[in-house]
Design a protein around this ligand. Sequence first.
Ligand SMILES: Nc1nc2c(ncn2[C@@H]2O[C@H](COP(=O)(O)OP(=O)(O)OP(=O)(O)O)[C@@H](O)[C@H]2O)c(=O)[nH]1
Length: 345
Amino acid sequence: MENLLKHLVEITGHRDHNLLDISIISALSDLVGARQARVLEIFRVREETFVRPRVWLKDGQAVSMEEHAEGDQSGEPISDFPALVTCMEQHSVSIEETTAENEHVLWIPVWLNEKVSTCLHIVNATPYTPAMKDVMNGILNVYRNFQNLLDYSERDSLTGLLNRKTFDEKFSKMTAYIAPPDSTGQEGDERRSSDEVREHWMAMVDIDHFKRINDTFGHLYGDEVLILVANLLRASFRAQDRIFRFGGEEFMILLRSTTLEDARRIFERFRASVEQYSFPQVGQVTVSLGFVKISAQTPVVLVGHADQALYYAKTHGRNQVCHYEELIAAGLLYSGVSNDSVEFF
Ligand SMILES: Nc1nc2c(ncn2[C@@H]2O[C@H](COP(=O)(O)OP(=O)(O)OP(=O)(O)O)[C@@H](O)[C@H]2O)c(=O)[nH]1
């Protein structure tokens, strides 16, 4: 009982998804003696659903994907796990299966608003007793409620994208965990041309002439444009990238591990998808985008650089993608931090 209370206090003390995941894994392995416990992320890429571990136990210690940003984040197709597929199709709370190795596996999707983006995967050497299931259910209910609360505080209520507060937290973490891939001195990097080196990128997106949209069609249509642009953003980027609503009609994208050429192509594809989309009543809407390589610079400086590239795009015709380092190299921008960005942090 004392142990259970200790875990509940820990679970309810977190204001961060990653720490919450770690504490549920520790609680499950400790309280039910699970041989293996993992938090899995369920995500969609172009109509297909994939599964990848987010937090797992290794030698009794919780390990999280967040600290392994360089690892393979592609995931496995959900069809590789038929029991989980059945569980989700039946909208069940959990499903139990026994493997050929006589291991007892429990899949527990975490349902939030009829959707599942998290699933717990527990493996035990012996069958789950009713008492074990009772303990797990109690803990899972607390976990589910806290996931819900955290999700609510991390997201923007209009678009459902991650909010500005979350950007500040995630970006600092991302820059702290991630040594820029080109600075690791790994063998082989020197032989590659700079076009082939994988980097992380940050882009600032702003809807062009948004004030005019509000003034002409009213705020309700303006809000609908924001929601539709958010949907196009979600459709344009991979699950491991992060998209935020940064301010009114401004969005931020963190793009993981890709080459400059691909980053430009991906951002350009998003820009074109907005341009080609027919917004109800409003018609055509365009966006401008400024992007920068995520380097060892402070978040303030990097946001300032993305903002400068965006400003360049805005003042040179809008509806375009501009790359900070390229503008600097061409002598079209001078390095520095805009005042606008300094006040963001
Ligand atoms: N409908 C709606 N409008 C918003 C929201 N947040 C900010 N805005 C409006 O967004 C507009 C932004 O206008 P500006 O900063 O002048 O920029 P712009 O008209 O997009 O012009 P450029 O950025 O130079 O292309 C303002 O009119 C804000 O009131 C929101 O949540 N909903």
